[in-house]
Write a protein that binds this ligand. Structure first.
Ligand SMILES: *Cc1c(COP(=O)(O)O)cnc(C)c1O
Length: 361
């Protein structure tokens, strides 16, 4: 079979060795003679898995004392509601940088309707279809937290720095967690769906500073209370066993590779190669302001005078094994997701296809 280059935005590529380990455990998990799909989450083999996964989160991200790592269901989308439910008392500030940020703001609005509290949108790039990251805004000091999306998966923009501010920082890192070192001590809460850079769909990770919780009285339903899951070490209800198992395999692979500095370098190299080609090639152009370009999701379209070649290029690339490069419907054109597990040779294959297509036209 021809090698497939998997550029899907999520669920998305996993490392081949990780998939092999997962397949082995589907047949025989940790020498139990049972599949990982059919074991109790309370058995000692699986509790060892979830503990090691949390431990590797702490080690790879250099998470300081005072933080907890928990694994939940419900996706990043449930976090859009859980964050304000647990943390917003008087006022929360957001920036709107894309679809996911919009959804997060909307859910905070629901919490504010029921419990009070104000949701302030400090800045938005919706005026230009989220093609840039707003820069001129001030994060107020008196808010319960400031929320942002570090990587805008759909629009291909990214904030690749940790904000310095007095307010508590909350970040949706669904699609760029583990792509670079992060100064965790600046954050009170980081969350994400694991299906972009870590695991198959089904598990959500939350890194939370314990001191951020329980700061005001509010009746929080048990399942939506972070403290429930902290106290029960992600075992209050049945956790997503298989995705957590696969997440552990990915984390072990990250450690083997040398950690987040090494991953960041790989990611920067991959993104540079592709963006350089987009900028050089007369057929294509990037859609995002150069300084805000994501190294995880690269969005590009055909230049206006070549627009009619779009479908032809899609077919041309598909014939060369490229999968999942169709752009999201809100941007059009193409999107190549370059998550950690995507190897440089896949980016080279895409760049070669772009060059070849250019010379054909
Ligand atoms: C994919 C994604 C989400 C949604 O995740 P679900 O797990 O499907 O709820 C939220 N935020 C970002 C940045 C994403 O990339």
């Amino acid at each position: 079979m021809m090698k497939k280059h998997n550029f899907y935005a999520g669920p998305s590529i996993l490392n081949q060795g990780v998939i092999k380990n997962a397949a082995d455990a589907v047949m025989n998990f940790a020498g139990t003679g049972l599949s990982v799909l059919e074991v109790s989450h309370r058995g000692k083999e699986f509790t060892a898995v979830i503990e090691e996964a949390a431990q590797l989160f702490k080690e790879l991200l250099d998470i300081p004392e005072g933080y907890e790592v928990i694994f939940l269901g419900g996706g990043a989308s449930l976090q859009f509601y859980m964050v304000p439910l647990n943390l917003m008392h008087k006022k929360a500030a957001y920036i709107n940088t894309g679809t996911w940020a919009t959804n997060a703001i909307k859910q905070a609005g629901y919490v504010s309707k029921v419990f009070g509290g104000e949701v302030e949108v400090l800045a938005s790039s919706e005026d230009k279809n989220f093609t840039y990251i707003p820069k001129n805004f001030v994060i107020p000091e008196d808010v319960d937290y400031f929320h942002y999306t570090s990587n805008n998966t759909i629009y291909g923009s990214e904030i690749r720095k940790d904000f310095d501010c007095k307010a508590r920082l909350v970040c949706d890192m669904s699609s760029d967690i583990f792509s670079r070192p992060v100064d965790i001590s600046k954050y009170d809460l980081i969350y994400g769906g694991a299906q972009k850079n870590l695991a198959p769909a089904g598990v959500t990770f939350v890194i939370v500073k314990k001191d951020a919780l329980g700061r005001f009285e509010r009746p929080i339903p048990t399942m939506l209370d972070y403290n429930t899951h902290i106290k029960k070490e992600s075992m209050f209800n049945t956790p997503p066993v298989f995705p957590i198992y696969v997440a552990l395999q990915t984390l072990k692979w990250y450690k083997e590779l040398g950690g987040l500095k090494v991953l960041e370098k790989r990611n920067l190299d991959k993104a540079e190669l592709l963006y350089n080609e987009i900028d050089r090639n007369k057929l294509f152009r990037g859609t995002v302001a150069t300084e805000d370009r994501s190294i995880m999701n690269v969005c590009f379209v055909m230049n206006d005078e070549y627009k009619e070649l779009e479908a032809e290029f899609a077919t041309f690339a598909a014939e060369r094994g490229m999968i999942g490069i169709k752009g999201h419907r809100s941007v059009g054109g193409f999107r190549a997701s370059l998550y950690n597990a995507l190897e440089m040779d896949s980016v080279k294959a895409l760049v070669d296809a772009m060059k070849e297509f250019e010379s054909k036209h």
